[in-house]
Ligand binder design. Sequence first.
Ligand SMILES: [Zn+2]
Length: 55
Amino acid sequence: MPYYDYYCKSCQKPFSKVLSIDQHEKDRVRCPHCNGSDVEQRYSTFYAVTSKKSA
Ligand SMILES: [Zn+2]
């Protein structure tokens, strides 16, 4: 499952979620810290996680 990185603009904290593509398209992501929906998505961790698998 894809791993998504987010950043909350309300409380200025990063957080991450594991979501299926379907969930990611349909569900609105909320910040686990303040429950706000003013979040922006980041992609860095997704690539970091997948590249670690080749050991
Ligand atoms: Zn927040």
